[in-house]
Design a protein around this ligand. Sequence first.
Ligand code: NCD
Length: 311
Amino acid sequence: MNMDHLVSTAQITKEDFAELYRIAAYLEEELKRPGHQLSQLLADKIMATLFYEPSTRTRLSFESAMHRLGGRVISTENALSSSSAFKGETLEDTIRIISGYADVIVLRHPTVGSAEAAAKYSAVPTINAGDGAGEHPTQALLDLYTIQKVKGTLDGLRIAMAGDLMFSRTIHSLVKLLANYDVQFYFVAPESIRAPRDLLDLIEKKGKSFEEHDDLQNLVDKGIDILYQTRIQKERFVSEDAFQSVFGKQIVDKALMDKLPSECYILHPLPRYGDIDPAVDEDRRALYFQQAQNGVYVRMALLLKMFGISV
Ligand code: NCD
């Protein structure tokens, strides 16, 4: 993997992912071993987490990953109100300054393309932790890790994605990554938030196929291996009415689970918001909490790769 910055999953090859998978799986095991030496690996490094949008998992799992590798963290969790952005400082200037304080920057920002722009002004590696409705590459990496772990492969799978296909950056990044493999896609969304055309074009360009549906029930006889549910993202809608017209329509519940194949696993980037019934949590096919945990191993692996440290 030769990357200064991680902006999009389009940068990640199958070989890159195979390597990240190996390292993350190693770290997951190694962390359980008393006396491991992982906290020596990044002892001289500082990570800055610069978040202009809310986050629980992404920021804290990055920080946890850095701490577990012995690195240190400086952080702005509400950068819109608590950093100099509030005084009108541009992202460019902020990034220039922070890249003098840290060895890697993890950035979440509401504007599509902000991570790419930031990368141009940063003297240190910059990682896109979500740029508006654009991309969220590290989420896609941990999603792929979770799928490969449970299925043992990424080829020959039927993968359904449901919810906010238009605005979900986790979907955008995951589709780009999965399109490198032999995958059949199924998209389930109301008409107004269907997957963007350029994403569908990319799937076709890579010689893969997809079906589009507007009802989760249509999936039950498709032999689906993975159902990736997403939140309808209220904050990205232009009006309350537009949001209400699609909210709460397609829910993963026990009745649906009963009809899905016994080896069809449920993933979700979280937070869920009325899209998975908590009664599903006890089903062994509900993987979303494990998926969130995997974020620590995958982000540890990514940090090591970006710093050129091999294990
Ligand atoms: C997602 C995000 O921020 O894009 N959450 C996450 O990072 N795990 C999904 C969402 O907010 O719905």
